[in-house]
Design a protein around this ligand. Structure first.
Ligand code: UT7
Length: 329
């Protein structure tokens, strides 16, 4: 029997309706459309405004979109991996709730958190379960309600993030399609530069932490930017070298959308033509775990069976990496 590889066989996504434009942000903080566009490439983001709805709402919508498109009975799903940095609540897995709500009653589920690399690390995890022969249908969902952890008076962060969700189904493939190789990295020096300081076990919530706004994302943008540029470019170049891929061989770069300048630097190191670099940062900003699957659904009709995709991400922690995948349909 041929070796089992893990292929993406279906995808789905969801973004909330409310659009937060640069023009609206100009009324909230001291910023302007020109600065945001030239420094990040972002024009607008989507926000989940309805009270009482969390990341699971986004995740369920994305998963249902996939189930409908693929005409898949959710009872066939073996495992649901929920990649998110903004779970519904600190304890009680969001993925477990999502799995039950979508009718994946024969699956087990868990959450996976690696900041903006959550989905990329989830791809590796989902693929490993498939390649081992253990499970046949693994649903990986990436969803984040970033607006729940952003201070809309802090111009260093509120211009960047948005809410969204995407889902992909991994299944065994016997034609050699799907995940080919991966380089995943992490380095704990990163946690000082991108974090939510309070609300965890070191600094539990208190009146003081709320007053000091320590439950919101803090980012030293400049430092993260430097690490992101070198980190993402390094692993993307390395995975090409290791798999003897020239720039002609790579069909698409599916890169985390945190800043257009970081994506451009990665594409430039890979010597890739602009037409191969998938971009939707102008529409959604940085949606953390949802970014990579949102790119897949936005550009799904461009992919052909056998196309070589390089996924790349960089996030808090620090966490980063690249995955080489052959498109399967
Ligand atoms: O996805 C997880 C990983 N995260 C990332 O990859 C994000 C990485 N970092 C970045 O994308 C960028 O660092 C930012 C977009 C966050 C900031 O861009 P930057 O080019 O690094 O700007 P900066 O922080 O160095 O600030 C440059 C100037 C400063 O003014 P002075 O000191 O030069 O007078 C800031 O005060 O721009 C000012 N500034 C702003 N001006 C208008 C900072 N934020 C804003 C703003 N609007 N929103």
């Amino acid at each position: 029997m041929n070796k089992i590889t893990a292929a993406i066989t279906a995808i789905g996504s969801y973004v909330p309706e409310y659009v937060l434009s640069n023009q609206v942000l100009e009324t909230l903080v001291d910023t302007n459309d020109e600065w945001i566009t030239s420094r990040t490439g972002i024009k607008e983001r989507r926000l989940l405004k309805e009270e009482g709805k969390g990341t699971s709402f986004l995740a369920i919508k994305a998963a249902q979109n996939l189930l409908e498109k693929a005409k898949l009975d959710p009872k066939e799903i073996d495992l649901v991996i929920m990649a998110t940095a903004t779970p519904d609540m600190p304890v009680a897995s969001t993925g477990v709730y999502v799995a039950t709500q979508i009718g994946a009653t024969n699956a087990f589920a868990f959450d996976l958190q690696a900041a903006c690399s959550s989905f990329l690390f989830g791809m590796s995890t989902a693929s490993a379960f498939i390649q081992s022969g253990k499970y046949k249908k693994v649903l990986l969902i990436g969803a984040d309600k970033m607006s729940s952890i952003i201070d809309y008076t802090d111009r260093a962060t509120c211009i960047i993030f948005g809410d969204g969700a995407g889902a992909v189904l991994f299944e065994p493939n016997f034609e050699g399609l799907g995940l080919q190789d991966e380089i995943l990295k992490s380095d704990g020096i990163g946690r000082e530069f991108l974090k939510i300081e309070a609300g965890g076990s070191i600094l539990p919530p208190s009146e003081e932490t709320v007053k000091n706004k320590q439950h919101f994302v803090f980012q030293d943008g400049k430092t993260v930017f430097k690490h992101a540029v070198s980190g993402m470019a390094d692993v993307s170049e390395k995975i090409m070298e290791r798999n003897n891929l020239s720039n002609d061989d790579v069909n698409w770069l599916v890169a985390h959308q945190a800043n257009k300048r970081i994506i451009d630097a990665t594409a430039s190191r890979m010597n890739l033509d602009e037409s191969k670099v998938l971009i939707n940062i102008h529409r959604y900003g940085n949606t953390t775990s949802a970014t990579l699957p949102l790119l897949l659904t936005d550009f799904e009709d461009k992919f052909k069976k056998g196309d070589n995709l390089i996924f790349a991400a960089f996030g808090g922690g620090f966490t980063w990496g690249a995955i080489y995948l052959k498109w399967a349909y």
